[in-house]
Design a protein around this ligand. Structure first.
Ligand code: SF4
Length: 471
């Protein structure tokens, strides 16, 4: 979970009211931020990245964890003070918090003018107009589940990379999760819409597309389709080098999808497949719909069909009722699967989830912290060994930008989603380059540039690790 500010999108309507658009949370929120920016641009608004210059401040919010909501509330406190000296300023909360809390947010924050839920993005420009015209306060949380995904190509933040939402909402009953409440039922977009959007993006310079959905691998299941179909279609899209998709649900992994991953080198080297726990007892309490044994079976199938495929996993520690034995099963799963990346969380009860009020939060916080620290140390040792074993191997990366820690360095990702930093000319951003791994820490891989790679050359051979030495 990152925080980001769409800061600012390219100029909108010169002289139009200036909007500061802030995006909290996941990749889907970032894409929603782009859709909102496009709608505002069309509606005659301009953008700024400074509170004090903004006529309108909008936040696209996240509800998944307590901490994410705290951050928004504390920011609202600062904005309320600013608004006291500038009463014409418009404040709006969009997205998951708006869907979850609705009118309660307006009661809690008298300075807030409107809330708009996850299915009300297309109306944002009109809602801001109404607030500005009538100084009215608005709750809009009942939008159409088939949110229009019409995007404005000019507000894309990256030239060579783009997200496409392929499905919204979620029908799963996971007891710890608020998403089905904030984003509603699962709705897939049509294959035709998605491919048209992908074609337009590639024609506009995009080389890597990430397909987004809460359970992305459930795409099309109500219509008798499978995500594999999309992977095959995108594999054939000329000009496109890479396809990512996230986040997958173990219950939705099936042979056709694994076949498609095996057959589509643009797409198949990385899978974000959260197990959440290594204990089948805990998975039952979480209502995940699979057992730890089934999870292990999927991993085996993937690794047998796709040599070198890397897996990322999310894990929750301290879920209600988690014993030492359950926890040890999770640690063992991590030792066995050896995730290339792991996102580790302490359980915290969230209002609006099925577990709220039903499952007692009975693992003491100190024990949750201890378990989390144990898994973090374990993952760090797994990554350290993996990274060390990669020294001398070659990788084709798509360069994403400058390293935040060291301005002289650039960073990019290979097909297996490893982030690799290297010293290089900033003109390489958005290009494919070939690197050799020369150093590493548990968190970072350091590469040395070999040569610029040719476009359209995404292949397992180009991405696969090899021990052949450099030039
Ligand atoms: S699959 Fe479970 S964890 Fe993922 S969004 Fe749906 S309810 Fe939440």
């Amino acid at each position: 979970m990152n925080d980001a500010v769409v800061s600012p999108p390219p100029p909108g309507t010169e002289g139009g009211p200036r909007v500061l658009l802030e995006v909290f949370g996941c990749q889907m929120n970032k894409l929603d931020g782009e859709l909102v920016a496009g709608a505002l641009r069309k509606g005659g608004y301009d953008f700024t990245d400074a509170d004090e210059q903004a006529d309108v401040v909008l936040m696209v919010t996240c509800s998944i964890r307590d901490q994410a909501e705290h951050r928004v509330h504390s920011h609202l406190g600062e904005l309320a003070k600013l608004k006291a000296s500038r009463p014409d300023m418009v404040l709006g909360v969009l997205g998951c918090m708006a869907s979850r809390e609705g009118g309660d947010l307006l009661k809690r924050w008298p300075a807030l003018d409107f809330v708009a839920g996850t299915r009300d993005f297309p109306s944002v420009s009109r809602l801001v107009d109404e607030v500005r015209a009538d100084r009215t306060r608005i709750v809009a949380v009942d939008g159409d589940p088939r949110v229009s995904e019409t995007r404005d190509l000019a507000v894309r933040p990256h030239k060579a990379r783009a997200f496409i939402t392929v499905a919204r909402g979620c029908d799963k009953p996971c007891t710890y999760c608020v998403v089905p409440r904030t984003r509603g039922e699962e709705v897939s977009r049509s294959k035709r819409d998605i491919l048209e959007e992908a074609r337009a993006l590639v024609d506009d310079g995009v080389r890597e597309i990430t397909l987004l959905g809460q359970t992305v691998n459930a795409w099309g299941r109500h219509e008798g389709s499978s995500l594999g179909e999309l992977l095959y279609a995108l594999q054939d899209l000329s000009g496109l080098d890479r396809v990512r998709f996230t986040t997958s649900h173990p219950e939705e992994m099936d042979e056709p999808l694994i076949d498609a991953m095996a057959d589509c080198p643009k797409a198949g080297m990385f899978l974000h497949l959260p197990p959440q726990s290594g204990s089948s007892r805990m998975l039952r309490r979480m209502a995940r719909g699979y057992t730890a044994e089934r999870y292990r079976e999927i991993v085996q199938q993937l690794r047998a069909r796709i040599p070198g495929v890397e897996l990322a996993g999310d894990i929750i520690v301290g879920f209600p009722g988690e014993t030492d034995e359950d926890f040890e099963l999770t640690a063992q799963l991590m030792r066995d699967v050896r995730f290339s990346q792991a996102f580790l969380f302490r359980y915290s009860p969230r209002p609006g989830t099925p577990a709220w009020g039903r499952l007692e939060d009975d693992v003491p916080d100190a024990l949750k912290r201890e378990r989390l620290a144990t898994l973090m140390a374990l993952q760090s040792s797994i990554q350290e060994a993996r990274h060390t074993a990669m020294h001398g191997t070659r990788h084709q990366v798509l360069v994403e930008g400058r390293s935040r820690r060291d301005e002289r360095r650039l960073f990019g990702r290979n097909l297996a989603s490893d982030r690799i930093v290297f010293e290089g000319d900033p003109s390489l951003v958005d290009e494919l380059v070939e690197l050799e791994i020369v150093d590493s820490t548990p968190l970072t891989l350091v590469g040395r540039q070999l040569a610029a790679a040719a476009s359209g050359s995404a292949s397992r051979a180009a991405s696969a690790t090899s021990t052949s030495s450099a030039d």
